[in-house]
Design a protein around this ligand. Structure first.
Ligand code: CA
Length: 230
């Protein structure tokens, strides 16, 4: 079965919060071409809700937004101990000073007008740093050990042969043992998609993973919610 044939195995979902449609469109275009899934929100309140719902790999955040502005949004995230990488998009130099001066944990910033290629390059740079070897110690749940740097999975001393998607899905679940991930969250972080209709794809990949890992599989189904590793 190739139920995932229509889905792109991308770099993960990026939430763009931008109230100027022309800028949001350009950002969506370039990020999509670079392999990211993109979800756009036009206001700070809806942006924060989307980030909390979708768990993106990164956020492209305009400072000047209606309602809650980008700085307030970022402050709310950090106050909730959410350290998802944020690239700020600022309209003026004094906004840059504000972003940097407030120590919001901004990962980078761009001042309008900016090159969309530069945005993509900055984003890739941040995610590369985040995933770099040495920053990802092996994860162990029960008899399964997953090494994110070497991309290997060992079950009871034997290497398991997983596809890229199976590996990324297992890594996501094992990154937070006991935490329950919804199908939507797994789709957005592993496939870069967030549409509800794709939940079946997650189920199929979980079934494949369970078949490969056998009785040692740490994946548990949480009925009506999603999956967890424990
Ligand atoms: Ca704006």
């Amino acid at each position: 079965m190739h139920l995932n044939g229509h889905m792109v195995e991308g770099r993960g979902l990026v939430v763009v919060v931008e109230d100027e449609p022309s800028i949001a469109d350009v950002e969506r275009l370039y990020l999509t071409e670079a392999g990211f899934g993109v979800h756009v929100e036009r206001g700070g309140v809806s942006g924060l809700a989307a980030i909390r719902r979708l768990h993106p790999v990164a956020i492209v955040l305009d400072v000047g937004l209606p309602g809650m502005d980008g700085i307030e949004l970022c402050r709310a995230l950090r106050a909730a101990d959410d350290w998802t990488p944020v690239i700020f998009v600022t309209a003026r130099d004094d906004e840059v000073d504000r972003v940097l001066g407030l120590e919001l944990g901004a990962d980078d910033y761009l001042t309008k007008p900016f090159s969309p290629r530069e945005l993509v390059a900055r984003l890739k740079g941040i995610l590369r740093r985040q995933d770099g070897p040495g920053t990802s110690p092996p994860l162990t749940v029960g008899a399964v050990t997953l090494d994110r740097s070497r991309r290997t999975v060992v079950v009871d001393g034997t290497d398991a042969q997983l596809t890229t998607t199976e590996f990324d899905l297992l890594a996501k679940l094992m990154s937070a043992p006991g935490r329950v991930f919804s199908r939507e969250q797994l789709l957005s972080s592993v496939w870069g998609h967030a549409d509800y209709g794709g939940g079946r794809t997650v189920d199929v990949h979980v079934a494949q993973l369970r078949a490969k890992l056998g009785v040692a599989s740490p994946i548990r189904t949480v009925r009506g919610v999603g999956y967890t590793a424990s």
